[in-house]
Design a protein around this ligand. Structure first.
Ligand SMILES: [Fe+2]
Length: 245
């Protein structure tokens, strides 16, 4: 399995506080069978410019690489969890893609549907960049109105969900339905530390069906090989009386 979304790089954001913690997180990922990892520290275009971020990220990665030693590790590639802003289009977004691919991990506002989202997604698509919306289950407006997510995907976005909601029987419905309705294509741990938000890919297998797992794997392979996304027809998720459908 591939972990698309992690905060394992040391001392760069609110993830791993030092190299020791990064190494322990990587050991957990390895124990959980994760073979490929994107390292995706937060990038906030309002906080710093892209080149400064890339320098800091490289420094952090160099520190981690120096500490890896002889153990066998998952394959790692650099990426970023990019905070949404329409100004992003003027900030060389191609420099922020996942491992230099044509895919960019994009974090939206949690409570307010982002202004101009469909236009920005469309323009990124026109630049040859496919935005992957990070942990879509966390945005209240998508839960309330899945048509908004359908639009974003129809405009060229793909979407990622975290493992965590799938493991919570009270919360699993929406995230699980997103996989079934082609409203979520990728899975990530969004791991930040070893306690409250630890790597948890080991929990995925027992909380999704074989079909869901194989869909997620197919998209993961496509991303790692930087292949073009398949034509996708997402469908609306509706909340029934007892479950999502
Ligand atoms: Fe994250």
């Amino acid at each position: 399995m591939l972990d698309l979304h992690t905060h394992i790089l040391p001392a760069i954001d609110d993830g791993a506080v030092d190299t020791e913690m990064s190494l322990e997180m990587l050991r957990k990922e390895r124990e959980h069978g994760v073979k490929r990892i994107y390292l995706t520290p937060h990038f906030d275009p309002y906080a710093m410019d892209v080149d400064t971020f890339l320098e800091l990220r490289q420094k952090s990665f160099d520190t981690l690489k120096n500490a890896l030693g002889e153990e066998e590790w998952p394959e790692m590639r650099l990426g970023a969890e990019v905070k949404y802003s329409p100004e992003l289009l003027d900030m060389s977004p191609e420099k922020l893609t996942l491992g230099g691919s044509d895919y960019l991990l994009l974090e939206l506002s949690f409570h307010h549907y982002p202004a101009h989202l469909d236009q920005v997604v469309g323009e990124l698509d026109g630049m040859g960049i496919t935005p992957i919306l990070a942990h879509v289950e966390r945005y209240s407006y998508f839960r309330k109105e899945s048509a908004l997510l359908v639009n974003a995907i129809n405009n060229g976005a793909l979407a990622q969900i975290n493992v965590e909601p799938l493991t919570d029987k009270n919360d699993k419905g929406f995230a699980s339905a997103c996989i079934d309705h082609s409203l979520a294509h990728f899975i990530g741990t969004d791991a930040h530390n070893l306690t409250s938000r630890a790597p948890n890919m080991n929990e995925l297998g027992s909380h999704v069906s074989e079909i869901q797992l194989s869909r997620l794997k197919k998209f993961s392979d496509m991303l790692w090989e930087n292949e073009a996304p398949p034509h996708i027809r997402p469908t609306l998720v509706q909340k029934g009386l007892f479950r999502y459908k």
